[in-house]
Design a protein around this ligand. Structure first.
Ligand SMILES: NC(=O)c1ccc[n+]([C@@H]2O[C@H](COP(=O)([O-])OP(=O)(O)OC[C@H]3O[C@@H](n4cnc5c(N)ncnc54)[C@H](O)[C@@H]3O)[C@@H](O)[C@H]2O)c1
Length: 444
């Protein structure tokens, strides 16, 4: 039977959770604090880009309500999902102020809902929230840690077809109720205590990041010794003990989760007196990986002042418009700092407010035309489909730095490009036919 669910936070997680729970037959009220967002959702407009979300929201319209009113949202709710953002503070700890606001906004209701924590929070948060609820006379309100593992770009599919559903609770009955809410989803359910559920989320993300930084370091060594990381990764991935996932070398991870969650876990360990050395290295490798692109450009072009560089892809990964902690922002900012003339393109993300000084182009071709180099930063499939033969003639220098190993190196070289990927065997100097003079220097 359908349940009544309130969702706090109409962001990437809240909207996907709300739409998917409505799809499962539940009646959902989504509450946010941003009036423009709520108004847009009421009009049927989806404020974020997430494949399949528009259709799901439209299809389940009669079971979905959007509101600014906290009390109204929880009035008859049986479950209150917390899907608010938990960004890092200056110290690297997770900022839980929005989570606490939701807890403070809960008033006693006739239904005594279960508070379901979807936001990523430090280990120990559930215990603190439990104590705060008890102190406020809300002892009958249940609490469940139900971390979210969806990935932006495939979040709707991930929610409805998860690898596992993790449910950490203090009371068995609360876990039973949350499990029943997901009954129509076929996935293993892992029941844990609350602390362990919180740790599963942080540790899973840390492990994924470790694989990314690991393969990026292997890629860097491949470049130094003349091996090809794509072939190496395939060889690693065929080992059933290791698996093939998250072994794609590139310019590093970004997004709203990995960078902040790695910091939060590192900080959580440090706060408890433990130096998480491996995670510290994973984070540092990722930082340096973004900057290696600039060194590669300099290897071919010399000083970048006045050079026109096309930055292709801005979103932290394809199929999203999310720019949070996107490697593109670091790369483009470094190029701007070097005095380069930066032209960007992305089919979904808009970075005009974040990259003042760069020109955002409507079409990839416009960013590439006249450029001294093009850098692939996000593996949007559209970039593979470009007519690179024609584009070669439009560039001032036919140099492509492929930060995602998206393009075929041989094809690019046959087309006359000086091409460098990540961890792909490349000549020490790709020998541009003739390097044109830089564009007039732009003020920096
Ligand atoms: N983005 C992801 O793919 C993803 C995946 C797994 C886990 N998470 C975690 O889920 C949480 C939410 O992430 P997100 O990407 O959806 O964030 P988001 O920034 O996209 O959305 C958060 C929403 O919460 C709203 N909000 C803030 N305070 C509120 C309040 N008191 N009441 C109601 N709404 C409020 C904000 O206005 C915003 O719309 C974070 O802890 C994140 O780490 C995110």
């Amino acid at each position: 039977m359908g349940k009544r669910v309130a969702i706090f936070g109409a962001g990437y997680v809240g909207l996907v959770t709300g739409a998917c729970l409505a799809e499962l037959g539940h009646t959902v009220t989504v509450r946010d604090v941003v009036a423009a967002k709520v108004d847009a959702l009421r009009r049927g407009e989806v404020p974020i880009y997430e494949p399949g979300l528009d259709e799901l929201l439209a299809r389940n319209r009669e079971r979905l309500t959007f509101t600014l009113d906290a009390a109204g949202a929880v009035a008859d709710a049986e479950f209150v999902f917390v899907c608010v953002d938990t960004p890092p503070t200056y110290s690297g700890d997770a900022d839980l102020s929005r989570v606490w606001t939701v807890v403070e906004e809960l008033e006693p209701t006739g239904t005594c809902p279960i508070l379901v924590m979807k936001s990523t929070v430090p280990v120990g948060t559930g215990e603190k929230v439990r104590a705060a609820l008890d102190a406020r006379g809300l002892g009958a309100v249940g609490y469940v840690a139900n971390p979210e593992f969806t990935a932006e770009g495939s979040a709707v599919h991930d929610f409805l077809h998860p690898d596992r559903i993790v449910i950490g609770s203090f009371e068995r009955a609360d876990a039973d109720a949350v499990e029943a809410l997901h009954a129509r989803i076929a996935a293993p359910v892992l029941r844990t205590d609350v602390n362990s559920a919180e740790m599963v989320k942080l540790a899973s993300n840390a492990f994924l990041m470790t694989r990314i930084s690991f393969i990026n370091e292997i890629a860097n060594v491949c470049e130094a010794v003349g091996a090809d990381v794509d072939q190496v990764a395939r060889g690693i991935g065929l080992d059933h003990r290791l698996g093939a996932h998250f072994l794609r070398a590139g310019v590093g991870y970004g997004g709203s989760c990995f960078p902040k969650d790695s910091l939060a876990l590192k900080q959580l360990a440090a706060n408890s007196g433990y130096h998480f050395q491996l995670l510290a290295a994973v984070i540092e490798v990722n930082e340096l990986q973004k900057r290696r692109v600039v060194a590669k450009l300099e290897k071919h072009l010399g000083r970048l002042r006045g050079r026109r560089i096309a930055v292709l892809g801005l979103a932290f990964k394809p199929n999203t418009d999310d720019l949070r902690e996107a490697p593109s922002l670091v790369i483009a900012s470094r190029l701007l700092a070097e005095g380069a003339d930066v032209r960007t393109w992305d089919p979904a993300a808009d970075a005009r407010d974040l990259l003042t000084g760069a020109v955002q182009c409507a079409a990839a071709e416009d960013a590439i035309a006249g450029a001294d180099a093009a850098v692939v930063v996000t593996e949007w499939p559209q970039l593979r489909e470009l007519d690179w033969r024609r584009l070669r003639g439009k560039m001032r220098n036919p140099l492509v730095i492929d930060g995602r190993n998206l393009l075929d190196p041989e094809e690019m070289r046959v087309l006359g490009f000086a091409y460098e990927g990540i961890g792909r065997a490349a000549p020490p100097f790709a020998g541009l036919p003739e390097i044109a003079e830089p564009h007039a220097a732009t003020p920096s």
